[in-house]
Design a binder for this molecule. Structure first.
Ligand code: NAD
Ligand code: UD1
Length: 342
């Protein structure tokens, strides 16, 4: 049985991935500093899987503590590195916070992987590396545009760091997964997304408006060059995204990777507008959302969705959930969380 270290494993995508790893028979150890999550997530994972993963309250930026932790867990054979800050807006206000956390944690991890021959790394990247692509759907070989935010830049820099590191350390291989827009929650509603304060992202804002926590949702612009004028994104169910990590880690552990560093887009391959998201949410969940159209959000990309051919073929992975199932799971989680945990 392989043991996988999941950094950031109590976070949103990490926790769903831990569930899928456990379901596939992996032993999982989580290291998280709880900067954006709490240990209650471990209860949810245990309730879903019957297994409580190992947990260490650890800041990956603390090189000495990371070393000590890995020394005491020599069975770790691979790493999935989720731990990072992810708020685009905050990264504009506090760039150094983002560069320090997202880059130093990666460097520390790579140094330790090399010194103890942990050969496989799955890295959380983002479609933000493409900026506004010239051609849609966007493929992995599209040129990367200048990053729109310090957060986005940390993902571009991280991909470059991994590439350079792997050239110098040929025994190590990695897959960088470029996520489009993960949304929704585990179908049990025992784990889900837990934004702190006012959400930046669309779906948590929709669910919090529906439950009465926010007065109204602002739709950022209806004058884009899209069929209904609102922005288009590729929204995928977080459990589908989680399963892609299992496929990626198996590919590395079984030596099926074709290059030392591979990149895969993870999305549904379908672009959905903000207004379509609202309408679908209302229809599927029989609730109405109070919304108004306001001005564009600075830095927003007009439209982006994924060409997922490569992930479909090489990872044997495809997003399975419909948008309806996905938005129903988001609403189920919001209701469960407000009634039981908040
Ligand atoms: P999240 O904030 O829910 O999870 C990240 C976890 O990492 C949190 O539990 C946080 O406490 C932890 N963490 C942060 N810095 C740490 C450190 N130095 N040491 C240890 N733990 C640390 O975010 P998420 O949505 O689950 O995102 C996971 C990864 O996916 C991130 O790298 C993010 O940039 C990337 N990503 C997310 C999205 C998205 O829309 N959610 C899209 C593209 C990429
Ligand atoms: C953003 C980041 C991305 C990051 C992701 C997760 C950019 C360009 N991209 O994605 O790098 O990985 O967040 O943190 O910043 N919207 C509204 N009203 C709202 C909220 C959002 O209309 O209250 C619209 C936005 O204008 C956008 C869409 O909904 O068109 C999705 O927004 P969001 O959920 O924030 O995701 P991204 O901007 O795609």
């Amino acid at each position: 049985m392989h043991t996988i270290l999941v950094t950031g494993g109590t976070g949103y995508i990490g926790s769903h991935t831990v569930v899928e790893l456990i379901n596939e028979g992996f032993r999982v150890l989580i290291a998280d500093n709880l900067a954006n999550s709490d240990t209650g997530v471990l209860d949810g994972i245990q309730e879903i899987t019957g297994i409580r993963p190992g947990f260490e309250h650890l800041d990956i930026c603390d090189a000495e503590k990371l070393k000590g932790y890995l020394d005491s867990n020599p069975e770790i054979g691979a790493v999935i590195h989720f731990a990072a800050y992810k708020s685009v807006g905050e990264s504009v206000e506090k760039p150094l916070k983002y560069y320090r956390n997202n880059i130093v944690s990666l460097i520390n991890l790579l140094e330790e992987m090399k010194s103890r021959s942990i050969a496989s790394l799955v890295f959380s990247s983002s479609c933000t590396v493409y900026g506004q692509p010239d051609q849609l759907p966007v493929t992995e070989s599209a040129p990367l545009k200048k990053a729109c935010s310090p957060y986005g830049n940390t993902k571009q820099i991280s991909e470059d760091i991994i590439a350079d590191f792997i050239k110098a350390s040929p025994s190590i291989k990695s897959i960088a997964l470029r996520y489009f827009n993960p949304v929704g929650a585990h179908p049990t509603a025992l784990i889900g997304e837990l934004p702190r304060g006012v959400p930046d992202n669309l779906v948590p804002f929709i669910t919090q408006t529906a439950i009465g926590l926010r007065d109204e949702l602002k739709v950022f612009g209806n004058d884009y060059n899209t069929p209904d004028g609102s922005c288009i994104r590729d929204y995928l169910h977080v459990t589908d995204l989680a399963r892609a990590h299992v496929a990626a880690i198996k590919r590395l552990l079984e030596g099926r990777n074709k290059d030392a560093l591979e990149f895969f887009n993870l999305g549904t391959g379908k672009g959905i507008s903000v207004l379509e998201m609202i309408n679908t949410f209302e229809r599927v969940n029989s609730v109405s959302i109070n919304y108004t159209i306001t001005g564009r959000r600075p830095g927003d990309i007009e439209q982006v969705w994924a060409d997922t051919t490569l992930a479909n073929r090489e990872l044997g992975w495809k997003a399975q959930s419909s948008l309806e199932e996905t938005l129903a799971s988001a609403w189920k989680w919001e209701k469960y969380y407000r009634n039981n945990k908040a």
